[in-house]
Design a protein around this ligand. Structure first.
Ligand code: 5AD
Ligand code: SF4
Length: 486
């Protein structure tokens, strides 16, 4: 039913072969250095930012492990340190610069150590200039469009002995099937599209992640089938605006249609996605979610502001009323759904009245949780040039008020107390090793007594108590475990 463009496929296959060649070359070099040092080489990858970046990091780690590096969390014992950076807010950039100083000190003790930087921040020309002039000890710099080239860039670094910088302006090809090292054995992110065409006036993503480009449905399905065969039960479909999935394909396919196809994959138990944009969330998508047995009853639907005036300035292309109607429609069709959102406080020109509108949406939409961000000025975006930037103290005060209103809205979470719900066990509890942490389909966490044998299994849990953002529970029914080894 699906067809991919032959030229694009061919290009990707050639690019894949080329990278496999460089992976082999790097493997030889790693084994050489390892013999010299008399120990295995280690790699440390650090991810800043969103789920898209987390997924990219799995691909990068996959390449590094294939080359022969062993993963470590300790930068000081690593032979290659790779930062996959974010630039959505200025703070993210500042953190990277701060940590680079620290890495330089480590490198002085371990001169053969390679420092590599990639991701969104590297797509900003000013950042690359700064690294060239002031951070000469950085070995490799690449961006968001060519992460698959890591082995080639590393090889070039060793060969030339010089700083290697390779930044692309756009996606030239989507390379399928390079090795990937997943963080969890039972769940995985899956990119369905790259880039963004929305140009919200505050956001730098369209400039650093480029124009929207969807992957072919058959490539996505094939990847998920492989993941399921490898033990994955839950996938998170990733895109900057999943609602516009498939529009640019030779044979257009809607996101709802893609979901229907993914639903058919045998053995796959849970489907999540992020992020949908309110402006083009279709009735068809709501219907697919309502009728699906696998799509989780959670939707992250960023509102950004409750003021229609500000939404217009933000270029969001919906109004407060439209957003609230959407929420009503979703809740009517899927009554038990958990809704979460993103909100920006202090967008240029935000007045007290505008902010009150945001508070009003928070009260009325009853979000299960809201990620609130202080507006950060990003050079090159239309909002950066706007007058009336809101003074810091006013923004801070509004931010605190929003938090208080948001916390009152969270009490709706109480609704699961006394119910038995299926949950996917993810980890041993951070605070108590006799407990495990699991996720309900609505994305809320629950902690209960259990051992590592439960990890990766879906079990029925009785919800004893709601503690604000999470629940405490106990196993309602002992499951037939699928991975018995501890
Ligand atoms: N300032 C503050 N928050 C921002 N976001 C995106 N750009 C900015 C910015 N310039 C927030 C939005 C988005 C989330 C991923 O980050 O709320 O949904
Ligand atoms: Fe993700 Fe946006 Fe940060 Fe890039 S800038 S890593 S897309 S959050």
């Amino acid at each position: 039913m699906y067809q991919s463009s032959i030229n694009e496929r061919k290009l990707s296959e050639e690019a894949l072969e080329r990278q496999l060649f460089f992976i082999e070359k790097c493997k030889e070099k790693v084994s050489e250095i390892s013999k010299e040092l008399g120990r295995p080489l280690k790699c440390c990858t650090q991810t800043f930012g969103c789920q898209m970046n987390a997924r990219d990091s799995e691909k990068l780690l996959g390449i590094l492990e294939q080359i022969g590096y062993l993963p470590t969390d300790e930068e000081k014992e690593a032979d290659i340190v790779l930062y996959n950076t974010c630039t959505v807010r200025e703070n993210a950039n500042l953190r990277v610069y701060g940590r680079l100083g620290h890495l330089n000190a480590i490198k002085k003790k371990n001169p053969h150590m390679i420092i590599a930087l990639c991701g969104c921040m590297m797509q900003e020309p000013d950042v690359v200039e700064k690294i060239k002039s002031s951070y000469k000890f950085v070995d490799i710099v690449f961006g968001t469009f060519n992460i698959f080239k890591l082995a080639e860039l590393l090889f070039n670094r060793w060969n030339s002995g010089e700083q290697v910088i390779d930044i692309w302006e756009e996606t030239r090809e989507i390379v399928e099937e390079l090795p990937t090292q997943r963080k969890y054995s039972f769940k995985s992110g899956v990119n369905i599209m790259f880039g963004c065409n929305n140009f919200c006036s505050y956001c730098i993503v369209p400039y650093v992640r480029g124009r929207e480009k969807s992957r072919e449905p058959k490539e996505i399905i094939r990847e998920i089938e492989h993941l399921v065969a490898d033990g994955v039960k839950e996938v998170m479909l990733l895109g900057q605006n999943v609602n516009s999935y498939g529009k640019t394909l030779e044979k257009p396919v809607s996101f709802a249609e893609l979901l229907r196809e993914i639903e058919k994959i045998e053995g796959l138990e849970r489907i999540r996605f992020m992020t949908p944009h309110p402006k083009d969330l279709s009735d068809d998508l709501i219907a697919v979610m309502r009728d699906s047995k696998k799509i989780c009853n959670h939707m992250h639907l960023p509102v950004q502001s409750g003021s229609s005036r500000l939404l217009k300035l933000m270029n969001r292309r919906y109004t407060k009323e439209h957003y609230l109607e959407l929420v009503e429609k979703i809740r009517h069709e899927i009554p038990d759904i958990s809704l979460t959102t993103d909100i920006i406080v202090g967008f240029p020109g935000e007045t007290e009245e505008d902010f009150e509108e945001t508070l009003d949406v928070v009260r009325r939409a009853k979000f299960d949780s809201a990620y609130t961000f202080i507006y950060s000025k990003r050079t090159g975006t239309p909002a950066a040039a706007m007058e009336n930037q809101v003074p810091e103290d006013i923004v801070k005060e509004r931010f605190d008020r929003l938090k208080t209103v948001g916390e009152t809205a969270h009490s709706i979470n109480e609704r699961y107390v006394g119910k038995v719900l299926p949950v996917l066990v993810e980890d041993i509890d951070d605070h108590d090793s006799s407990m495990v942490t699991a996720r309900m389909t609505n994305n809320i966490l629950v902690h209960f007594k259990g051992t590592s044998r439960l990890i990766g299994n879906i079990v029925d849990v009785y919800m004893d108590e709601c503690r604000g953002f999470y629940y405490m529970g106990h196993i309602a029914k002992q499951p037939a475990l699928q991975n018995k080894e501890d």
